[in-house]
Design a binder for this molecule. Structure first.
Ligand SMILES: [Mn+2]
Length: 264
C-alpha cells in the first residue's frame, strides 16, 4: 500500500521518463540526507524510472548510517515494489563490487545500464572505470579517502569545497572520466552517457555524444540530478529553483504583476 491520493496531480501524469542521481554517500557526515529524502519522495511521483548511479554508501561500514540516512533507504524501499516505477541500482567505487553489495543490500546492483525510451539511448555507469589513478593506485586511494573522511569531520563543507577547488587532479580526472565515457558510449551506439564519480556536475557535447555528470549530494545545495524526458536529457537541481509552470493565462498575469526591470 502506498499513500498515493487519487486526486494528486503528480500521479496522473509523470513528466519524466527517467531520473538519475549519483554519489549520495550515505553514512558520510556531509551527505545532504534531509534534502535527499525530500527529493526521493518527489521523484517517485514524477518519473517512471529512477537510477541510483553509484556511491550510494560512503563505505560498507553501516554503523555510520544515521537516522536521516536510514530514512532515505526506507523511502527508496517503500516505493520499490510499485508497478509504475522501475528502480535501478548501479555500483560505485565506494560501494565495492556489484555482486558483494548486491548480497549485502538485498537488491541487484549493476555495473552499467542502458536506458532506452525509443528517443534516446543513454548509457549509465558510475565512471570510476575511466579514472586511471584510482584503478592503478587502489591502496593510495584508500589512504586518501580515510584522510578525507577526517578532514570532512573537522570542517565539513568548506573542506570538501576547498579540496575540490585547489585540486588540479580533480579537474583533470573530471575530463579523463568524461572522455573515457564518451568514447565507450560511442562504441555501444549510445548518443548520451551519464556518470557520477567526479562530484563535479557537468554537461558537454563531444563528437556527437551528450555527456552529463550528475555531481554529488555531499555539497551545499542545490543538489544535481539528471532528467530524461522524451528526447531531452539534461541536468536539474534540488530544491528546484523554478516553480511548476503556470497555465498560460495565469503565467501572463504573474509576469505582469511581478515585472521588475533590471533583474534577471
Ligand atoms: Mn562519489
Amino acid at each position: 500500500m502506498t499513500d498515493v491520493r487519487p486526486d494528486d496531480p503528480d500521479d496522473r501524469e509523470r513528466p519524466y521518463d527517467c531520473l538519475v542521481i549519483s554519489d549520495l554517500h550515505l553514512g558520510s557526515d556531509v551527505c545532504q540526507a534531509r534534502l535527499l529524502e525530500e527529493f526521493l519522495e518527489w521523484a517517485v511521483r514524477h518519473t517512471r524510472e529512477l537510477v541510483i548511479n553509484g556511491d550510494i554508501f560512503d563505505d560498507l561500514n553501516f554503523n555510520r548510517l544515521g537516522k536521516r540516512h536510514f530514512a532515505c533507504l526506507k523511502a527508496i524501499r517503500r516505493h520499490s515494489d510499485r508497478d509504475d516505477l522501475r528502480l535501478t541500482w548501479i555500483r560505485g567505487n565506494h560501494d565495492g563490487a556489484a555482486d558483494v553489495i548486491s548480497h549485502i543490500v538485498g537488491v541487484d546492483f549493476l555495473d552499467e545500464y542502458i536506458f532506452d525510451n525509443g528517443q534516446v539511448r543513454l548509457l549509465i555507469l558510475h565512471g570510476d572505470q575511466f579514472d586511471h589513478f584510482i584503478t592503478r593506485y587502489k591502496w593510495m586511494t584508500s589512504v586518501a579517502c580515510g584522510l578525507f573522511y577526517y578532514i570532512q569531520k573537522w570542517m565539513p563543507h568548506s573542506a570538501a569545497r576547498w579540496i575540490r577547488r585547489i585540486s588540479k587532479r580533480f579537474q583533470r580526472n573530471s575530463q579523463v572520466v568524461r572522455d573515457g565515457a564518451v568514447e565507450y558510449a560511442r562504441s555501444l551506439g549510445c548518443d548520451h552517457v551519464t556518470c557520477g564519480h567526479t562530484h563535479a556536475p557537468l554537461e558537454a557535447f563531444i563528437d556527437g555524444v551528450n555527456y552529463v555528470n550528475s555531481g554529488t549530494w555531499t555539497e551545499h545545495p542545490p543538489c544535481p540530478f539528471v532528467t530524461i524526458s522524451g528526447a531531452r536529457v539534461g541536468l536539474e537541481y534540488w530544491p528546484r529553483a523554478t516553480p511548476e509552470p503556470l497555465p498560460p493565462r495565469e503565467a501572463g498575469l504573474a509576469s505582469a504583476s511581478s515585472a521588475e526591470p533590471g533583474r534577471e
